[in-house]
Ligand binder design. Structure first.
Ligand SMILES: [Cu+2]
Length: 496
């Protein structure tokens, strides 16, 4: 078996600490302590007793944990063979959790602020030390794990069987293969319109700006006939593009929808201090928090949710960008577009016409099933297209939410006249074919369109096009044969 925290590998612990360091104090009871076995409860001395435990979820020292009624994080739970155990469960921060002891084949119902408390009741038939943990993806890894210790001798022949009950529901049957869920007929489009770019700011003095974003979890269309439970900023992927100028002071409120199952937050790479805002914007369902920051550096910056598991929240759609214009603004162009790339991990292969569930193991292995521009397959080929007319200049604000994969951004049949590498507007590269964009990074590309046709936006790691990563730029206008022409086929061969 495992001891509590043994699974806390360093990166996740770091992410959790980064994102939740300050939240813990607010969420945890004052008496919370870090770890260690708690003394046995008073009821323990009696054999074949009913043992009652109360666990509330919360955040202590940057970890998500179960907290007992004495403030102990992930307490050691004890019982004797033959006892009936009752665990009363409540979501302290409002997000969704459960508790399972898989080796004993028991699992509670899921509970959150909306469902209210629940109780897991079962009879113990087996001695030993067993791990209990929350089965919501990622929660065990960021701390929701403890030990259930059973003294005594196993009851002969008593295989752990349907001993589990949860209040208000049927007996919990563990670890049957999840049924294939049909695609959600009510799934909506999450595809952000690439033309949804705020108006240029240009030459004005610094101001105080207010932005408000809402985190929303919803069933969205991932592909034709395929749905996915997205986590979003303002119901779109990427979330809204924000625009400011250097020296502006920005007051940003993050609200988490009442029907959310998860805590969410925002870390903007344009922010100096407070983990980019992630430290002070961890919001439970139905709550909101506000930060104010000064835009000290110009450039194009990614923002993303910074709630553990951070890469899961990003992969599910929680990323966007903020442009901080330099003094005087950017040069005028004819068209501006907003495009972001993401990698997604699902329990069934690419193309499955089902509701796709998130796959934690594939994400850990960095083996995506889907790559998407603006949230879904077809967002920039079917639902929206980029358009321009010959002679116009086009600027694309391009970023990678990721969470994991670098983009080799390229437009087939075009050359970037200018690239502001890594989103930095303080230097420009000219005449670039393909530009690298890191996860959590961005670029600005500009080019004049000189010839009509369909131009494809791709990641030049082109296997990814087959997993959804294609966009279209339709250029209208007159063809100049001096720039490009195709020759009549079939004539050349005869002259040989
Ligand atoms: Cu989130």
């Amino acid at each position: 078996m495992r001891t509590p925290h043994s699974r806390n590998f360093s990166l996740l612990a770091l992410a959790a600490a980064l994102a939740l360091a300050s939240l813990g104090a607010a969420a945890a009871p004052a008496a919370a302590t870090q770890n260690g076995a708690s003394p046995a409860p008073a009821t323990e001395q009696a054999r074949s007793a009913v043992r009652k435990y109360t666990l509330e979820t919360g955040i202590v020292n940057g970890k998500m944990v179960f907290i007992d009624d004495r403030g102990q994080a992930n307490p050691l739970l004890r019982a004797n063979v033959g006892d009936t155990v009752e665990i009363h469960l409540k979501s302290g921060e409002g997000a969704q959790h459960d508790i399972a002891i898989p080796e004993l084949k028991v699992q509670s119902q899921k509970f959150d602020a909306a469902s209210g408390p629940t109780t897991l009741r079962f009879t113990v038939t087996q001695a030993g030390k067993f791990a209990y943990y929350c089965t919501i993806a990622g929660h065990r890894q960021i701390g929701m794990e403890g030990v259930f210790e059973v003294a005594g001798t196993g009851i002969a022949g008593a295989a752990p069987k349907a001993a589990a009950r949860t209040s208000g529901g049927p007996g919990a049957e563990l670890y049957t293969a999840p049924a294939v869920r049909p695609a959600d007929a009510a799934a909506v489009s999450v595809a952000m319109d690439p033309a949804a770019v705020p108006t240029p700011i240009g030459a004005r003095a610094p101001q105080h700006l207010k932005y408000r974003l809402e985190t929303v979890e919803l069933a969205g269309k991932l592909d034709d006939g395929t749905s996915f439970t997205y986590w979003t900023f303002d119901r779109k992927v990427p979330g809204p593009m924000l625009r400011a100028r250097i020296g502006d002071t920005i007051e940003l409120t993050l609200a988490n929808a009442r029907d959310s199952k998860m805590i969410h937050s925002i870390d903007l790479h344009a922010v100096t201090g407070g983990h980019g805002g992630g430290e002070h914007t961890q919001v439970g369902p139905g709550q909101e928090k506000t930060i104010t920051f000064k835009a000290l550096n110009a450039g194009l910056f990614v923002y993303h949710c910074a709630t553990p598991l951070v890469p899961q929240h990003i992969s599910a759609g929680m990323y966007g960008m903020i442009l901080v214009e330099p003094e005087g603004g950017l040069a005028k162009v004819d068209r501006e577009y907003y495009v972001m790339q993401g990698d997604m991990y699902t329990t069934r292969p690419h193309g499955a016409r089902t509701h796709q569930d998130f796959d934690l193991d594939k994400m850990a292995a960095e083996l995506p099933d889907y790559y998407v521009f603006n949230g879904a397959v077809g967002s920039l080929t079917k639902e929206h297209k980029l358009t321009a007319t010959v002679g116009e200049t086009v600027r694309i604000f391009f970023g990678v939410g990721g969470p994991n994969k670098i983009s080799s951004f390229h437009v087939i049949g075009e050359i970037f006249d200018k690239v502001y590498s890594e989103g930095s507007v303080s230097s420009v590269k000219r005449d670039v074919q393909t530009t690298l964009v890191a996860p959590g990074g961005a670029t600005i590309v500009e080019f004049k369109v000189d010839y009509p046709g369909s131009y494809l936006l791709v990641d030049h790691a082109l296997s990814r096009a087959g997993k959804g990563l294609v966009g279209t730029l339709e250029v209208a206008g007159a063809a100049d044969a001096g720039i490009y022409k195709a020759h009549t086929p079939g004539k050349a061969a005869a002259t040989h």
